[in-house]
Design a binder for this molecule. Structure first.
Ligand SMILES: Cc1cc2nc3c(=O)[nH]c(=O)nc-3n(C[C@H](O)[C@H](O)[C@H](O)COP(=O)(O)OP(=O)(O)OC[C@H]3O[C@@H](n4cnc5c(N)ncnc54)[C@H](O)[C@@H]3O)c2cc1C
Length: 531
């Protein structure tokens, strides 16, 4: 008999399963679980510049055998996914998600979206959790448990402490690249001036093992994090899944697409489609934990509760990025050894309204390859290429995330005819104006940091790849919501352990909080089942 069936092997699913398995319960994890499709990979641990100058086959992984890594047209969701990682976004034939104004990147991969994520892990503060029925204090032990499990590096006690709160289990910070150190030095020399304008900067928290931790790492600073996982230093949920699979009370059931659940006397029956055989299967368990991404969990819940025609709220951080030239650093030497992830993290709150603060992440551009910037330069290709080759070491990309709150024009709805999802997502005019105004204000301050913005790229709604809010956690007893303990209202034995339960989204990346909350939901369920 299965005590608990968890759906999804992503960041949420594996951390919900962990405490249940540790409590000795029989746990099965159902997953579509697409695997790496065998696309060409970099040949073992080697530095980016070494591969660029020596590997005759480099085009196979950098561009793809069919040159699928060359983006044409507008920048769209998932532009960061390189050819070796393209399988993460592979769709399945069933239950398509459709929208005219929202690009939802859903993953059916083993380990979900975090098989290719950027690993920035800022924790949510009490301000971020305003309107939630749980506090930072309640989440803290779960943040700590996840930090110990996966390895998180960073600095405590710096200017970002006020945004992050205390974090006792940090690994040493990652080595910063030349652009990152230059920016932080410039900021620190005039910190009071920048604070007066609402800007706070520091080293990012990253799910990156800077020293050996849990059998992974240390990070070798090869600048290949967008292309491969050679040193296993960037956390991927599949590592936790591998640990779970070594436990005798855990079973992994891949190639199964969960459709609906039905509660019965003493248990839950989940109907799944076996993608290998094409047949329908039924899985019986005492309890069910949905952790297959906010849109999929909302879809399964609405279908199972006969609420196909009921619109569900949908949240996604609006996202913009700005290619910038660090002009004050032109001509300075550049360190070769670096990681490719976020180098500096910033919070910008010029109007002292922390719920509206934006988060900006600084990346240096090198290993994502300069050709992608050519289109954005608005120059003839030949000229742009020559200029970029000279200045590429001084290029940064500033990725800007805004908070998101529910609204009557940000909705998803399940189609009754085929069980797929329709999404309509339109922020209000005042939300859009606030976003543009804040970004303009930020650019003025960035100029004082020596950054010259060269353009503004808006990849469209949904492009942050942060999705939440479809079955929000609340104290109010309303249908299609989640209790503070994670139970789906209208059910006795079904729990929500992913972003579906987040009632709002601060501008911070949500995944650390997804993992901490999943650990909380799993741990509470384990405790209640052991009583
Ligand atoms: C390029 C990129 C960069 C990112 N960078 C960051 C970052 O720096 N910081 C951050 O906080 N976040 C980042 N994110 C977002 C982050 O990856 C996601 O928030 C997180 O991975 C979501 O985890 P999840 O487990 O809730 O869902 P998912 O990752 O979507 O996992 C869903 C799982 O459920 C399975 N599944 C789905 N539907 C079904 C079904 N019907 N039946 C059975 N199985 C199903 C899938 O196979 C998958 O295993 C990034 C994402 C991308 C793509």
């Amino acid at each position: 008999m299965i005590d608990v069936v968890v759906i999804g092997s992503g960041a949420s699913g594996v951390h919900a399963a962990w405490p249940l398995v540790k409590a000795g319960l029989q746990v099965a994890l159902v997953d579509v679980g697409h695997r790496d499709d065998g696309a060409p990979k970099p040949p073992g641990p080697a530095h980016f510049t070494q591969l660029r100058s020596t590997d005759p086959d480099q085009f196979r992984y950098f561009l793809g055998d069919d040159f699928q890594g060359l983006p044409f047209g507008e920048v769209r969701v998932g532009a960061q996914l390189t050819p070796p990682r393209a399988y993460i976004a592979k769709a399945i034939a069933d239950a398509a998600t459709r929208s005219d104004d929202f690009q939802a990147m859903q993953s059916y991969a083993l380990g979900g979206l975090a098989a290719g994520w950027g690993a920035a892990v800022p924790p949510f503060s009490d301000v971020d959790l305003e309107g939630w029925p749980i506090s930072r204090q309640q989440l803290q032990p779960h943040y700590d448990a996840v930090a110990r499990r996966i390895g998180i590096c960073g600095v405590s006690g710096d200017d970002l402490e006020r945004w992050f709160g205390p974090s006792p289990h940090l690994l040493p910070p990652a080595r910063q690249d030349s652009n990152g150190s230059w920016l932080l030095d410039t900021y620190q020399r005039r910190a009071n001036w920048f604070h007066g304008r609402g800007l706070y900067a520091g080293q990012p928290r990253l799910a990156l093992t800077t020293r050996r931790h849990a059998g992974r790492g240390p990070c070798r600073n090869l600048d290949m994090e967008f292309w491969g996982d050679e040193d296993r230093s960037v956390y991927r949920p599949v590592y936790t899944l591998d640990q779970l699979r070594r436990q005798p009370n855990f079973t992994y059931l891949p190639e199964r697409h969960a459709e609906v659940f039905e509660e019965q006397e003493g248990g839950v029956a989940v109907r799944v489609r076996n993608l290998g055989t094409g047949t329908s299967e039924r899985i019986d368990a005492g309890h069910l934990v949905l952790a297959c991404g906010a849109i999929q969990s909302g879809r399964i819940a609405a279908r199972s509760l006969g609420a196909e025609d009921t619109p569900l709220p949908l949240l996604s951080n609006p996202y913009t990025y700005f290619p910038c030239l660090l002009w004050t650093r032109l001509g300075q030497p550049t360190r070769n050894r670096r990681h490719s992830l976020t180098q500096v993290m910033m919070y910008f709150d010029p109007h002292r309204r922390p719920q509206q603060a934006l988060q900006a992440q600084v990346y240096s551009y090198r290993s994502l390859l300069t050709f992608k910037l050519l289109k954005e330069s608005h120059l003839p290709i030949g000229d742009a290429l020559r200029i970029l080759q000279h200045v590429q070491s001084y290029f940064i990309i500033l990725g800007v995330h805004h908070p998101d709150y529910p609204g009557t024009s940000k909705l998803m709805q399940v189609r009754r005819e085929d069980g797929g999802v329709d999404i309509s997502y339109r922020p209000t005019i005042s939300e859009s104006r606030r976003r543009t105004k804040l970004e303009n204000e930020l650019m003025m301050v960035m100029y004082r940091l020596g950054c010259l913005p060269l353009g503004r790229v808006d990849p469209g709604y949904g492009s942050s790849i942060h999705y939440a809010g479809t079955l929000p956690m609340t104290e109010e007893n309303r249908p299609l919501t989640t209790t503070p303990q994670g139970r789906l209202r209208g059910t006795q034995r079904v729990y929500i352990a992913d972003g579906a339960a987040f009632p709002t989204l601060p501008s911070k990346g949500l995944t650390y909080t997804l993992m901490a909350n999943a650990d909380r939901v799993g741990r509470q369920l384990a405790t209640s089942l052991s009583l």
